[in-house]
Design a protein around this ligand. Structure first.
Ligand SMILES: [Cu+2]
Length: 145
């Protein structure tokens, strides 16, 4: 961001929240707790790129699980498949949703099912990281996707 656009951003921020806007913001972050006897959880959230340039989400990590993969859900007729995503592009100003039935985080060997919130660190292509509290919810009746 050059000096001129930074000044414009700061002016907007002063008018709205008296603080510099976060470059990327996350809302509605929650984790579907693993079904009983399993250790795979799914994470969902809405992510907004507040910058004037595109940003790429390339991964995530948490102390609550061994590893996290980004997946998308695809349907081949009535068969559901999950495909791994290496990156998710966030266009300037865009909001992208990770939601049940679509894109999601897959938390492998998820261990912590007692904390009401789980910290997940989102990782971006430019090296930036964003620590996000996810609300842990128990949702029964369907598989993580
Ligand atoms: Cu998955």
């Amino acid at each position: 961001m050059n000096r001129r656009s930074c000044a414009a951003w700061c002016a907007v921020a002063l008018l709205t929240a008296c603080a510099a806007p976060e470059p990327v913001t996350v809302a509605n972050a929650w984790i579907r707790a693993p079904a009983p006897g399993t250790h795979i959880a799914a994470g969902y959230f809405d992510i907004t790129n507040n910058t004037p340039t595109s940003v790429a989400l390339i991964g995530a990590a948490s102390d609550a699980c061994a590893s996290i993969e980004m997946h998308t859900t695809e349907y081949d007729g009535s068969t559901m498949r999950m495909r791994r995503l290496d990156r998710v592009e966030l266009a300037a100003g865009a909001t992208e949703s990770f939601a049940p039935g679509g894109r999601h985080l897959m938390l492998l060997e998820f261990a912590d099912v007692t904390s009401p919130t789980i910290a997940v660190t989102l990782q971006f292509a430019d090296g930036a990281q964003l620590r996000v509290p996810f609300e842990l919810r128990s949702v029964t009746g369907s598989n993580p996707s």
